[in-house]
Design a protein around this ligand. Structure first.
Ligand code: AMP
Ligand code: MG
Length: 343
């Protein structure tokens, strides 16, 4: 692997993207729309003449969040599961499929990715009104309830074997990409698409009319509002996800407390990384892997990516960039203060 700099998402169609809820026709059969769903800004570029598609995708994502994934929305499937506690609950086929992937990733990452961090995440409330460093005793007590092994899934029934709480925040946008991908496969009038969920999760579908590849901008974690770290090429049917310490955090006494936790301590992960970007063949996996790799750090993270056949770009706190071989070919560094380093 080699080391390089930071990631975010850039769009590659002619013309500029306009904010607002309306569909803009940029060129013949090229539609764009920027809207809000899943608590984030969603930018769509759709190659089709069917102007209903961008709005339908936004509704699909919002419905996914509200009816399935949101732990705060009363009546969502996750809310229902958490409410049920240690009683067995029949879950939908979709949820069973996602939970299977989620528990496999928790296992393969040796718990670096853990969907049962819910109570710890709520205690820290990073980015929320109650955010702050929790009392150690309280944190320790809630950590007792963390552990993906407490979840049992069989024949569409899910049970908490012990008290715990699910939070799918680390894979929600990736699941959104998978759901949109499945939707687009049923729409022959769409020949290509690029969907970007808040810069965190990006998916490509089909082809551009001119056959060119998609260039996605990668955010500089040290300067998220500034110039991009670089660009990365995405091919057809791929999923990209970025996890970073710059997305949600607060600072106290010069220390940054960010939103990606090490489940073994209950504190924000300290792996020496500022950001990790992963490209994979599946949205949930890419999203979960970027979170897991952020916690695991470079060496263990690279191993995990290999197991999944995914590509990764790791940015450390010292302005070094490390990349898997497949990523090296796709990444173009734009910032001179970063250095590419061999794994
Ligand atoms: P992401 O930006 O995809 O890395 O996801 C971060 C979000 O996932 C956080 O805001 C939490 O809701 C949740 N989370 C934080 N740490 C973990 C972890 N180690 N495993 C699973 N979910 C986590
Ligand atoms: Mg993630």
């Amino acid at each position: 692997m080699k080391k390089i700099t930071k990631i975010s998402a850039i769009l590659g169609c002619a013309g500029s993207l306009l904010a607002g809820g309306r569909v803009d026709v940029l060129a013949k059969e090229c539609l764009t729309q920027t809207g809000f769903a899943m608590d984030t800004v969603v930018t769509e570029k759709i190659y089709s003449d069917d102007q209903e598609i961008p709005g339908e995708i936004l509704r699909l994502l919002e419905d996914l969040d509200q009816s399935r994934l949101s732990w705060t929305t009363e009546g969502s499937e996750i809310f229902h599961i958490n409410e049920n506690g240690t009683k067995s609950v029949k879950i939908s086929d979709e949820m069973a499929g996602w939970m299977k992937q989620i528990l496999t990733l928790a296992d393969r990452s040796e718990g670096a990715f853990d969907p049962t961090l819910g109570e710890v995440i709520r205690l820290w409330d990073i980015g929320g009104e109650k955010q702050g460093i929790p009392a150690e005793g309280e944190l320790k007590a809630l950590l007792e309830n963390v552990g993906w092994q407490k979840i049992s899934l069989s024949h569409g029934e899910l049970v908490f074997l012990e008290e715990t709480s699910l939070d799918l925040g680390a894979v929600g946008k990736g699941i959104g990409c998978d759901v949109v991908s499945a939707y687009l496969k049923e729409k022959p009038q769409v020949t290509g698409a690029l969907i970007n969920l808040g810069g965190s999760s990006v998916m490509t579908y089909g082809e551009k009319p001119d056959g060119s590849e998609w260039n996605i901008a990668v955010v500089d974690p040290k300067d998220p509002e500034g110039e991009y770290l670089g660009t990365v090429v995405m091919k057809e049917g791929e999923f990209l996800s970025t996890s970073g310490d710059y997305k949600k955090f607060f600072e106290e006494n010069g220390v940054r407390y960010h939103h990606i936790f090490d489940p073994s301590t209950g504190y924000p992960a300290k792996s020496g990384l500022s950001a990790v970007t992963v490209i994979g063949k599946n949205g949930l996996e890419a999203d979960g892997l970027s979170t897991a790799c952020f916690v695991l750090g470079i060496e263990k993270g690279e191993k995990l990516l290999k197991e999944y056949g995914a590509q990764g770009l790791f940015v450390d706190e010292e302005y070094h960039i490390y990349m898997t071989e497949g990523m090296e070919e796709r990444f173009h560094l734009l910032k001179t203060e970063y250095e590419e380093t061999e794994f």
